[in-house]
Design a protein around this ligand. Structure first.
Ligand code: MD6
Ligand code: FE
Length: 208
């Protein structure tokens, strides 16, 4: 974590949703992600309708979010290799806990980290994260690499959205009244990041 970020650099995006700009030094994250992906590689998850998501996905932690033709759920096992998901690195735990705390959610202990990989032209449609058991816990989201426009709607998919550009190192904490708001990511524009090239990573920490 970069020092100083716990002191007032945060922005409320809507009630319960906080942006912590530049909260994470992402240079430390890259080797950890590479190590996770060497055992549980990125893959395109299939949706219930038989489509494949444009974004590629993996997980670490004791539970991983998976999608297949039966729907969405959390699994202790990576269906690609039949093994447990790689352990969540301590640095990931620490970042998630401190970001939650800086946003008013003390004692956040994620047991799942969803890893999403975007390239220019990919996007994430409007969705709610509602496969977790306890909506009183927030979700902590870390962005790395090229910028993306993140949008938030309300409790309904249709209607006005507000949006914000997320850059390398930015963290969004999603909790309280906004925990079940629809949100997504607009199609990424061509761009290149000095560390991550033409790609964006998003880590979402959950109490599954
Ligand atoms: C992304 N983020 O930023 C997608 N979900 O690539 C999410 O879907 C998300 O940022 C729950 C909470 C925070 C998020
Ligand atoms: Fe989400």
């Amino acid at each position: 974590m970069k020092s100083g970020d716990l002191f007032g650099n945060s922005q409320a995006l809507c009630p319960g949703m906080t942006l912590l700009p530049g909260f994470v030094d992402t240079r430390l994250m890259r080797p950890l992600i590479e190590s996770i992906l060497s055992s549980s590689p990125l893959r395109h998850m299939e949706t219930r309708r038989g489509h494949f998501m444009s974004v590629k996905t993996s997980n670490c932690g004791s539970l991983g979010w998976v999608s297949d033709r039966r729907g969405y759920h959390y699994s202790e096992i990576d269906p690609l290799n039949g093994n447990p998901w790689p352990a969540m690195p301590e640095l990931f735990q620490k970042i998630a806990e401190q970001a939650a705390k800086a946003s008013g959610f003390s004692g956040f202990r994620p047991d799942s980290c969803l890893i999403n990989h975007y390239v220019p032209g990919t996007q994430m449609g409007a969705h709610q994260d509602k496969d977790e058991k306890d909506f009183s816990a927030p979700i902590v989201s870390v962005s790395m690499g090229i910028d993306a426009r993140f949008f938030v709607q309300g409790l309904e998919r249709r209607g006005a959205s507000t949006s914000v550009e997320l850059s390398d190192g930015d963290v969004v904490v999603f909790g309280g009244p906004s925990r079940l708001f629809y949100h997504g990511v607009r199609k990424l524009k061509p761009s290149c990041h000095e560390l991550f090239g033409a790609s964006r990573w998003n880590l979402t920490f959950r109490k599954a």
